[in-house]
Design a protein around this ligand. Structure first.
Ligand code: AMP
Length: 285
């Protein structure tokens, strides 16, 4: 039985449930308010936890594995083992100041007050830059602090930048880049290596398939085949199969979804017929 902590709310919650579903791990929750759930095969117990607490639960051995932001892992001291990055929940932890504050370089934070939910990383950032500043720890809505006059600057997670903009703040410096990660304790890595390796492979497969599509088409002769293969941006080399009718071929390839609309037009012009585009659940290379 594997204990697996996942975020109970916030930006990482929904994409994590989606990742588990695509990786073939069904999370069966008896009711919406329950903080635990089992996988459909009963092999995994899920614990819905605050994302900030997940690295500490993992390090303490309270759970074997978890999903949390890399920033949460580093804030906790970076002791949890990062098995893989998951390519969602991207953000940067950034120092920001009110527009027109006159604080236009990091050294001007000297003697100021910096509000944050991440005091550990904030103190390290200030120390690394030789700044002596007071760190005010808040548990949320950090962007309010300068408006309320309790801080001169903030260090917070920024994704689109819209929250900063809406609150009259501008980025001074990026502290670190972050995204969701699959993490494990040292003990789980030693004692449950096979289960962890299987989950890692499944998660990486889902991650690497995101944004890719499987494309299939037919061509009726060798010259069309040559032209179609030239047009394809195949990851490796496209698969070419003989059809039952001599001289006709099926061509299969993995292509980025973003290139599909233009590509389909070029393939048709090159002689491609019966073009099919299908989703890829996982890509294991
Ligand atoms: P945005 O307006 O898109 O830049 O989002 C900023 C707000 O969302 C801030 O309140 C952040 O604390 C929060 N936020 C953005 N990205 C993340 C993330 N990856 N993890 C946790 N909180 C985030």
């Amino acid at each position: 039985m594997l204990k697996f902590a996942i975020p109970n709310k916030g930006v990482l919650c929904e994409p994590t449930l989606q990742l588990l579903k695509q990786a073939g791990v069904a999370v069966v929750r008896s009711n919406e308010n329950s903080l635990t759930a089992a996988s459909s095969d009963g092999e995994i117990t899920f614990l819905f936890a605050r994302v900030q607490d997940i690295p500490a639960y993992v390090c303490a051995g309270a759970v074997d594995v978890g999903i949390a932001g890399l920033d949460n892992v580093m804030e906790d001291g970076g002791q949890a083992q990062v098995l893989c990055r998951l390519s969602y929940g991207d953000c940067r932890l950034a120092a920001a100041v009110p527009e027109g504050s006159g604080i236009n370089e990091v050294k001007k934070l000297d003697g100021k007050t910096v509000a944050t939910k991440m005091p550990g990383l904030t103190r390290k950032f200030l120390e690394d830059n030789g700044i002596r500043a007071r760190v005010l720890t808040l548990s949320g809505a950090v962007e309010l602090a300068p408006k309320l006059g309790v801080a001169d600057a903030i260090v917070d997670q920024v994704s689109t930048g819209l929250t900063l903009q809406a609150n009259g703040l501008t980025i001074l410096k990026t502290v670190m880049e972050s995204q969701a990660c699959f993490i494990a304790s040292d003990v789980a890595l030693r004692e449950k290596a096979d289960e962890l390796a299987a989950l890692k492979l499944a998660f990486e497969g889902v991650r690497d398939a995101a944004g890719l599509r499987y494309l299939m088409l037919n061509v009726l002769n060798e010259s069309q085949l040559k032209r179609v293969v030239e047009v394809l941006p195949s990851k490796e080399s496209p698969t070419v199969l003989n059809l039952a009718k001599k001289g006709e071929y099926a061509v299969h390839s993995v292509v980025p979804q973003s290139e599909l609309s233009g590509l389909v037009v070029r393939l048709k012009r090159a002689g491609g017929k019966d073009i099919l585009v299908v989703p890829i659940e996982r890509m294991i290379t």
